[in-house]
Design a protein around this ligand. Structure first.
Ligand SMILES: *Cc1c(COP(=O)(O)O)cnc(C)c1O
Length: 423
């Protein structure tokens, strides 16, 4: 038995499904997960010593690649000074200033420990600030695993084929309205907030159609509802200023995670002062956390954001373009119908004729059985995508042209093998 298999056997005895997050399970692609021993730059190395070119990158945090020396150095230095205090630190102020400097319109920000906490806190704040109850979300968008936002979620929820979630009470979702992505819903004065991924990256990659985000902005304005951008994936990735910068649409509240924590457990939510001042201790909306603003996490986030300038984003976008075009050519060359939608450095892969614009279209393609075949053909040859058709690919700054070209050669070979199997 391989070390991977032995570890999985032990894991399933003590951890449900052997994984601490369902997206890591191989349920929707078949087989058993590889266990990571260590990682460096664009690579992860598994428990059997196999090396993979990694496009999972922890589902987004790894924008610099794994174990970037500056991040490692920052975390080690912070750890030596103590790992948590229960009192404020300069590091929190510095990272908050960095976020406010980069995100136009954001005046105040609070750090939490995950993207889930950020979205949960943001909707509580939106409800508290508006005195309204209803939340509008979009099918196929994923906003973490808080009760009110799980309905028709993307990512792992979609992979499991779940439309809802056992254990979430009817009451918890009674004020959640689910609308189709890319259509501006009708809003009335019961709506506290519209929560949206400005680029949907948890149902594969689905770009906003022109006018969608602008339409949401106008509809929220007219109804007196708050617009919440869940930028847990797009934040500091689409551009230095995230989706606001990229699309020129400014929400009332932002949620961040992933990149802003540099690979440590971090989330953040922020907005204008007139909204944020409703938070305790200034206002009546309570939210807190023992490890919020953790010194190690702040150090990793700071080291990461410091390396993400306009030049870095341009390089990242060039990498994503080379990868998207090259993968499309590799798949098409082997006779596999594919489309690789890309927005900035974010890309997705669909084995179908056209790029989906909403969850129904995404599901029709993601469910056609092609993704698991290509996934395994790539993994066997040393390229790791996420084990589910609803995830984006995350090229990092460590994926240089040589690494991308190695990926493309492997992809051509993998696609030919899949095509031969189909005949
Ligand atoms: C990952 C993700 C979350 C949840 O973040 P966690 O840190 O996993 O809790 C929320 N929103 C979006 C858009 C995400 O991609």
């Amino acid at each position: 038995m391989s070390r991977n298999e032995a570890l999985f056997e032990r894991a399933v005895r003590v951890i449900p499904g052997g994984v601490n997050s369902p997206v890591r399970a191989f349920g929707s692609v078949g087989g058993t997960p590889y266990f990571v021993d260590r990682a460096e730059g664009p690579y992860v190395f598994d428990a059997d010593g196999r090396r993979y070119i990694d496009y999972v990158q922890s589902y987004g945090p790894g924008i610099l690649g794994h174990a970037h020396p500056k991040v490692v150095e920052a975390v080690v230095a912070a750890a030596a000074d103590g790992t948590t205090y229960g009192a404020p630190t300069e590091a929190e102020v510095v990272l908050a200033e960095m976020v406010a400097d980069r995100i136009a319109g954001l005046e105040s920000v609070r750090f939490v420990s995950s993207g889930t906490e950020a979205t949960m806190s943001a909707i509580r704040l939106a409800r508290g600030a508006t005195g309204r109850d209803r939340i509008v979300k979009f099918a196929g968008c994923y906003h973490g695993h808080g009760d009110a936002l799980l309905a028709t979620g993307g990512s792992g929820v979609a992979n499991q084929g779940l439309s809802g979630c056992d254990g979430v009470t009817a009451g918890a979702v009674a004020d959640t309205v689910v609308a189709p992505y890319n259509r501006v819903p009708d809003l009335d004065e019961t709506v506290a907030a519209v929560v949206v991924e400005p680029v949907a990256a948890n149902m594969g990659l689905v770009a906003p159609v022109p006018g969608f985000l602008e339409g949401l902005r106008a509809a929220c304005e007219a109804a007196g509802a708050l617009l919440v951008f869940d930028e847990v994936i797009t934040g500091f990735r689409l551009a230095c200023g995230g989706a606001t910068d990229h699309f020129g649409v400014t929400p009332d509240l932002w949620c961040f995670g992933k990149v802003v924590g540099g690979g440590l457990p971090v989330g953040a939510f922020g907005g204008r002062w007139d909204v944020m001042e409703h938070l305790a201790p200034l206002g009546g909306v309570y939210q807190g956390g023992t490890l919020s603003g953790n010194p190690l996490a702040m150090a990793a986030g700071r080291a990461t954001l410091e390396l993400l300038d306009a030049d870095a984003h341009a390089r990242l976008e060039a990498t994503a373009t080379r990868l998207a075009d090259g993968l499309a050519a590799s798949f098409t060359g082997a006779g596999l119908e594919s489309v690789l939608p890309r927005v900035g450095s974010l890309l997705g892969v669909f084995f179908g004729p056209t790029a989906p614009t909403d969850f129904d279209e995404a599901q029709a393609i993601a469910g056609n059985g092609m993704y698991p075949k290509v996934f395994h053909a790539l993994l066997e040859r040393g390229v790791a995508l996420a084990p589910g058709a609803y995830e984006a690919l995350f090229p990092s700054l460590a994926h240089d042209d040589e690494v991308v070209d190695a990926t493309l050669a492997i992809a051509a070979d993998a696609a030919a093998a899949v095509a031969a199997e189909l005949d």
